[in-house]
Design a protein around this ligand. Structure first.
Ligand SMILES: [Zn+2]
Length: 120
């Protein structure tokens, strides 16, 4: 987003950039602002009227402030805590995933365990 300008008393024009079409003009109704509990993941999105692509761009504090001041409503979303947890152990590999998928197809044990009462 490169800024905004007033166009008449009731219409705020927001200038943003589509990666395909370049600079496009939007109204507040064209823009969705998603503010995340983990600020670096906040973003705004719009559907480009020219090419039809959905464009998503990061929204830092300045962009969030500009969009809010322009009348774009914010929708807050919360990042699940486990996303930011430190991960211990080796990364899963494709072989691990394939083994898991094959195991799921070969046994009902997991389904039985999922429905089983806790073992005391
Ligand atoms: Zn476009």
């Amino acid at each position: 987003m490169q800024g905004r300008a007033e166009k008449g008393p009731d219409v705020t024009t927001i200038k943003a950039t589509c990666p395909t079409c370049g600079e496009v003009e939007l109204t507040t109704r064209d823009v969705a602002l998603r503010v995340c509990s983990h600020a670096p993941l906040s973003y705004y999105a719009f559907d480009c009227a020219t090419c039809g692509c959905e464009v998503r761009k990061p929204a830092d504090g300045r962009v969030v402030s500009l969009l809010l001041a322009g009348g774009v409503p914010a929708q807050v979303w919360v990042l699940p805590e486990e996303v930011l947890e430190a991960k211990d152990g080796p990364r899963l590999t494709y072989d691990d995933l394939l083994d898991f998928a094959l195991h799921l197809g070969a046994t009902d044990l997991l389904a039985a365990l999922a429905g089983a009462a806790p073992v005391s």
